[in-house]
Design a protein around this ligand. Structure first.
Ligand SMILES: C[S@@+](CC[C@H](N)C(=O)[O-])C[C@H]1O[C@@H](n2cnc3c(N)ncnc32)[C@H](O)[C@@H]1O
Length: 345
């Protein structure tokens, strides 16, 4: 009984899921079957046979329709497969193209990286080479400096803010050759002590200006330790406003220079660049008239743009001031001649 109920249930579900045309075909088939059954039962053999023929014809047509429908399904399936294949192939091509592009880009990047690494290594090697050569030059200069003077106390160190041994050597060579009587230095430190030793030997005096009272005091202590206070003095000259060519600068208090006339050698190594742009440019404006008729002007740090610009402007505007040939150190040397007199070698 329960088996029958479950078969009935499944049948009901199937019947409910039929489409309208399927339901119509089923009704027609049932009607024809009922007609055959009724005609056969009432002895109408001819009608029953006709209805069986109609039923068979219907079944035949149904089979034909079904086979056409399945053929259509098969073709649609084939077309869908073809489309899918095309889509998959396109996707494969795109993926392969993207991977290839990335591979090429990675190759390019690799080449670029290799090139810049090689360049960096070469530059680094070149830099190390230059550094080694510069160091050797400084060591050689140091030997020559100490060969010429025997300091009476430990010398303050050179380099960094102070002049390098190469520059000190060239500066002292100028002192030995040109024998300046009055040397003025802007920016005191190690160079003050070396200059004082050179002037003690050649005969002359040094006035050094420092904007910073602490550094001025340190240099004074150094001069005292080396017994050079009779040759050199350090003046504290705080920075104050100075107008040059209509522009305001922070420069040494010019009052501290008021008594200085006939400067034979001027060393410009201050104020430090950190005190303002073109920090050293006012030097010639303030001191050109205080130079001796034949004098030498040395500007340190002439490898920097501000200082290069100052040398160009001074030699263009100060009559009688000309740049001497380039030296080994980073300083520029200029000769000054007010009367057009020849500058000593
Ligand atoms: C270029 S330094 C002068 C150096 C000096 N002509 C020499 O060769 O030793 C200019 C000024 O910088 C200041 N100064 C010196 N050494 C310094 C340092 N280590 N740090 C900061 N400022 C310094 C001092 O006031 C000095 O007058």
């Amino acid at each position: 009984m329960s088996g029958l109920t479950s078969v009935g249930g499944r049948l009901a579900v199937r019947l409910r899921s039929l489409t309208r045309p399927q339901a119509v075909v089923l009704m027609v088939v049932l009607a024809v079957v009922a007609g055959i059954w009724a005609a056969a039962g009432t002895g109408h053999q001819g009608l029953a046979t006709s209805l069986v023929a109609v039923l068979l014809l219907g079944v035949l047509l149904g089979i034909l329709h079904l086979s056409r429908w399945m053929g259509g399904l098969y073709r649609a399936n084939q077309a869908a497969n073809r489309d899918l294949r095309v889509v998959v192939e396109q996707m494969q091509r795109r993926v392969v193209g993207a991977v290839e592009k990335e591979r090429l880009a990675a190759g390019d990047r690799h080449q670029e990286l290799t090139r810049s690494l090689t360049r960096g290594l070469r530059q680094n090697g070149h830099g190390t080479d230059l550094l080694l050569r510069a160091q050797s030059r400084e060591i050689e200069a140091m030997f020559q400096l100490f060969g010429e003077f025997t300091p009476r106390a430990p010398m303050p160190s050179s380099g960094d803010f102070a002049l390098n041994p190469t520059e000190l050597l060239e500066l002292l060579h100028i002192v030995r050759l040109r024998r300046p009587q009055l040397v003025v230095e802007l920016g005191s430190g190690t160079s003050t002590v070396w200059l004082a030793y050179a002037l003690e030997k050649s005969g002359g005096r040094l006035v050094s200006l420092d904007h910073d009272a602490e550094y001025a005091a340190r240099t004074r202590d150094q001069l005292a330790a080396h017994g050079l206070t009779g040759v050199a003095e350090v003046r504290t000259a705080p920075l104050s406003d100075l107008v040059v060519d209509g522009k305001n600068y922070r420069w040494y208090d010019v009052e501290k220079l008021a008594d200085l006339r006939g400067i034979d050698l001027l060393l410009i190594d201050g104020p430090p660049a950190a005190t303002g742009p073109d920090a050293r440019y006012p030097a010639m404006h303030a001191l050109a008239s205080r130079l001796a008729s034949v004098a030498t002007v040395v500007l340190d740090d002439a490898n920097r743009p501000d200082e290069q610009d100052a040398v160009r402007r001074w030699t263009e505007t100060v009559t009688g001031l000309t740049a001497e040939p380039q030296r080994l150190g980073r300083h520029a040397v200029m000769s000054y001649s007010r009367s057009g007199a020849a500058v000593p070698a």
